[in-house]
Design a protein around this ligand. Structure first.
Ligand code: SF4
Ligand code: SF4
Length: 310
């Protein structure tokens, strides 16, 4: 389906009552699509840029009605059950497989929404935001749909709704710059300062991310908090943490939120048809406190998990 990217886009969830993703109580809007492939991604259903079928083998009775329903021949079967050729599904607008599946084993993930419809939905949440709450665009990577993100943020800003984003920064600078007048705070992710290591775990080097971080820190007038997942054996060594301290100080910013690796998204990998990579370890509390101490002794405020004060 051809869409006007400035007036609408693809999202896969809207969640209310969030108190960890920005000031006050917030509504989170999850945009589809991401340019990274982080091994530990907790929202694998947000990686593809298009609406897609998710498959729950535990609900499947294997009558294969979905196979005959799909006129595009996008479904095949193997020992796991039903499998999708998602490169075909990306152009599907009918989702006959979902309609035909009487057990709910297949569901559609992601849908198109106009910026206007989204604003109407967002506004309904005003009552619970309180004084300083609002919306946060997340994903996926929200800035991978830059025109849509800009329109949503502009609409909210002009309607006096507080705006924030969570971004990995792996997008063109122009996609960030166009939003700056409509954003009030930013969580900016850095996974690793070494580009080769970054590529090993995310499928992409970090040059663009680092370059954008420096420019953003200089140009953005609001609060920008760096964020780093702490992944044992990947980015938690003392040398890397000290390099992060230096990097953050050079940008002029002074805050980081560290997020211990978790495996809460593991079950979703099966639904998407991806293999969960179990290669990294979860850091212990002592290690996190040690990392926090290193940041704080460099003059950088460090918040663990959901402890960021807003
Ligand atoms: S239609 Fe649903 S229950 Fe039947 S085989 Fe397909 S996924 Fe399984
Ligand atoms: S989403 Fe569309 S193309 Fe993909 S399996 Fe279902 S009906 Fe076929």
């Amino acid at each position: 389906m051809e869409i006007d990217k400035s007036t609408g886009g693809y999202i896969f969830d809207i969640q209310g009552f969030s108190v960890h993703d920005g000031p006050g109580c917030r509504t989170l809007i999850f945009l589809k699509g991401c340019s990274l492939r982080c091994s530990w991604c907790s929202n694998p259903e947000g990686i593809n840029f298009f609406p897609e079928p998710l498959y729950n083998a535990e609900k499947c009775i294997y009558d294969k009605l979905c196979v005959s329903a799909c006129k595009k021949n996008a479904i095949y079967t193997d020992e796991v059950g039903i499998r999708f050729r998602k490169e075909i599904c990306r152009d599907c607008s009918t989702f006959e497989c979902v309609k035909e599946c009487c057990t709910g084993a297949i569901r559609k993930c992601g849908y198109y929404i106009s910026a206007e419809q989204l604003l109407d939905k967002i506004k309904r949440d005003r009552q619970y935001w309180g004084g300083n709450g609002g919306i946060t665009l997340t994903g996926g990577e929200p800035l991978c749909q830059p025109e849509f993100a800009e329109t949503v943020l502009r609409n909210c800003f002009e309607t006096l709704i507080h705006t924030g984003i969570e971004t990995c920064g792996n997008v063109k600078w122009a996609s960030i710059e166009s939003l700056l007048d409509f954003i009030e705070w930013i969580f900016y992710d850095i996974k690793h300062l070494d580009s080769d290591k970054h590529k090993e775990a995310t499928s992409s080097g970090n040059e663009l991310i680092i370059e954008n971080a420096v420019r953003l820190a200089e140009k953005f007038k609001g609060r920008m908090i760096f964020r780093m997942p702490i992944v044992s054996g990947f980015n938690d060594d003392i040398e890397h943490i000290k390099n992060m301290c230096e990097f953050i100080k050079e940008t002029g910013r002074r805050e980081i939120n560290i997020l211990p690796l978790h495996r809460l998204g593991r079950e979703k990998y099966k639904l998407v048809g991806l293999k969960f990579k179990d290669e990294f370890k979860i850091p212990g509390k002592e290690e996190l406190l040690n990392i926090k101490n290193i940041f704080e002794s460099s003059g950088i405020k460090c918040f663990i998990g959901s402890d960021t004060p807003f």
